[in-house]
Design a protein around this ligand. Structure first.
Ligand code: UDP
Ligand code: MG
Length: 321
């Protein structure tokens, strides 16, 4: 495989900005004009090569997003686009875009430009300093709603408890060198959680900080249930800690029931009345609940194993412009 070592870095790297879009007709023009002027400026300043471009990934949108991408691509050679055959979700849309990238570096960013595009030049500088991965980190989320902040914080806390290493307050705004990206594309799994997978690559990495802005237009394409499902994907794809916790819970419950049995036997010797029907009922229900919960978690992993063994392709590209 062709890899680029830092010593072989070109002076003026080519850049692809990968932008996943799902029903983003409201923000498309804003996003296009902002990214285009940034690219043109940086090409003029000779910070990036003329082979740089923007790659929009239409994740099976139902609105005019793809038509807009097509028109933009026909009008401007800086704009490329791919369209997935159906909606596959943000992470897979990003993977699809990244897998079509052939430039020296790639930067992934959301279409609503909540992430500060002024960080992109800083990311390129950090790359030129020898970093293979540059994470964009939100230093301020005050523009997010209370609920979004709370759910995001709980999400990071939960991931931390589960022992998953990830850069806090980093979403998928990041620069990757060609080498890092090629290595990432070797991960064959279906269950994709890029924020947890990228740090597994190793390599020299650094961070740039910015204040997260409000969505420029349209509404969030990440409702609570998608966040929850991302959290479950993240945990189950990166750790088996929940299975261990189940074993621990099982051991503690067994120990507890032994203690109770001893207590009951002792009570019998002293001639006290036996424990009542109610407490028995409660314990049956409680244990039944715990068992079902544990089975559910185990089932989640077995389900994942089943899906992974199919080795299904993650996405199909319907069109390219
Ligand atoms: N997105 C996508 N497929 C989806 C959902 C979202 O490609 O099924 C894209 C969306 O167009 C945006 C990015 O993922 O570019 C992040 O979504 P959004 O900004 O709505 O999420 P939030 O910032 O609210 O977490
Ligand atoms: Mg957003």
């Amino acid at each position: 495989m062709h890899t680029l070592s830092p010593q072989h870095r070109v002076d003026i790297p080519s850049l692809t900005i990968v932008v996943p879009c799902y029903n983003e007709e409201d923000v498309f023009f804003f996003c296009l004009s902002e990214l285009k002027s940034l690219l043109e400026k940086k090409i003029q300043e000779k910070k990036i090569s003329v082979h740089s471009h923007i790659l929009f990934v239409d994740d099976g949108s139902h609105d005019k997003t793809w038509t807009l991408i097509e028109q933009a691509a026909q009008a401007d050679r800086l704009v490329h686009g791919i369209r997935l055959s159906r909606n596959r979700g943000h992470q897979i849309a990003l993977m699809a875009g990244l897998s079509c990238t052939e430039t020296d570096i790639s930067v992934s960013i959301d279409a609503d430009l909540q992430d500060d595009i002024e960080c992109i030049p800083k990311m390129i500088e950090k790359y030129m300093d020898g970093n293979e991965i540059v994470y964009g980190v939100r230093s301020d989320r005050s523009s997010d709603s209370f609920f979004k902040r709370w759910s995001a914080n709980s999400f990071y806390k939960l991931m931390e408890i589960m022992g998953i290493q990830q850069v806090a307050n980093h979403a998928d705004f990041r620069l990757m060198s060609r080498r890092a990206l090629q290595n990432l594309l070797q991960f064959e799994e279906q269950n994709i959680y890029l924020r947890g997978m990228v740090p597994l690559l190793g390599y020299r990495s650094t961070q740039v900080f910015y204040a997260r802005k409000e969505r420029s237009a349209g509404e969030s394409k990440y409702p609570f249930y998608k966040m929850l499902s991302l959290a479950i994907e993240g945990i189950t794809s990166l750790t088996i800690k929940p299975l261990r916790l189940i074993s621990l819970l099982g051991a503690i419950t067994c120990l507890f029931s032994i203690l109770i049995s001893i207590f009951v036997i002792v009570q019998k010797f002293y001639g006290h009345a036996l424990l009542g029907w109610a407490s028995m009922e409660i314990s049956i229900f409680f244990l039944g609940g715990v068992q079902l919960l544990c089975l559910g978690v185990i089932g989640e992993y077995i389900g994942k194993i089943y899906m992974e063994t199919k080795h299904r392709p993650k996405f199909f590209i319907q069109d390219k412009v």
